[in-house]
Write a protein that binds this ligand. Structure first.
Ligand code: NAP
Length: 246
């Protein structure tokens, strides 16, 4: 099997479940040595490390709450000391706290911005210090940056709009060093964050392909962007949504 990421070191935030976990597994099977963070799901994180080690590869799970920028920066440093550098950072950790504008708690606003936005910047800043030309920074944004689609997600949508804007800014800052920065915007994807069967039935009606996305489909796109094949893509927010926006 071809291993386009052989010799590369990756850090994935929020790699214990869902899209992040699929990305951890995919980057590892593509040859990268992968570290990943988790905050609550220690057992799931350990199971992923065990699976990867059973395949004869190395992996490292790091407990780091993305709400704390220092924890994210430390995770970058732990990755570098364990594996000798960092070539790929994937920011996948994210939370969705819903509510309409009427009574949305400002504590939830701050928490969502801390995890979905500030941690992305803090991680990129820490990782970029170690990255060489060819480095890759990939964030999992969301299609809600383009279209809200339903009530109760104004703040979540704002965080994903912020990472799209940040992606363009970071691409400009880091382009001269040969580091690419991109933002993947998934549509509805089956994970714990998006597991309600009734809303899936409604969403299928407005998705061109008539189904919800799978975490491995998002992981496959992330693996492509992480690979040398994607060397001329930067500053882009790329939608992967089965035609939800079409
Ligand atoms: N599913 C969708 O339909 C969809 C669509 C568009 C975009 N997205 C985005 O895709 C990303 C992954 O979402 P998902 O659907 O895979 O969500 P998920 O199933 O809820 O998984 C979230 C992951 O993020 C980690 N995480 C959450 N809060 C964290 C924190 N404070 N610090 C560190 N890690 C944290 C979780 O780890 P622990 O359990 O260990 O805390 C878990 O590994 C998010 O950025 C989300 O906004 C999802």
């Amino acid at each position: 099997m071809s291993q386009p990421l052989a010799g590369k070191v990756a850090l994935v935030t929020g790699g214990s479940r869902g899209i992040g976990a699929a990305i951890v597994r995919r980057l590892s099977s593509d040859g990268a040595t992968v570290a990943f963070t988790y905050s609550a799901s220690g057992d799931k994180a350990k199971a992923i490390v065990d699976d990867i080690e059973a395949q004869g590869a190395k992996a490292l799970a790091i407990k780091a709450d993305s709400g704390d920028p220092k924890a994210v920066q430390d995770a970058v440093e732990k990755t570098v000391s364990a594996f000798g550098g960092i070539d790929i950072l994937v920011n996948s950790a994210g939370i969705l706290l819903r509510g309409t504008v009427d009574d949305f708690p400002l504590e939830d606003f701050d928490r969502m911005f801390a995890v979905n936005v500030r941690a992305v910047f803090a991680g990129a800043q820490a990782a970029a210090r170690h990255m060489k030309s060819g480095g890759r920074i990939i964030t999992i944004g969301s299609v809600v940056a383009e279209r809200s689609g339903f009530p109760t997600a104004s703040v979540y949508s704002m965080t994903k709009g912020a990472v799209a804007a940040m992606t363009r800014g970071l691409a400009r800052d880091l382009g001269p060093r040969g580091i690419t920065v991109n933002n993947i915007q998934p549509g509805p994807t089956k994970t714990d964050m998006n597991s309600d069967e009734a809303s899936h039935e409604m969403l299928k009606q407005v998705i061109a392909l008539g189904r919800i996305g799978e975490d491995r489909e998002i992981a496959s796109f992330a693996a492509y962007l992480a690979s040398p094949e994607a060397s001329f893509i930067t500053g882009a927010s790329l939608t992967i949504d089965g035609g939800y926006l079409a």
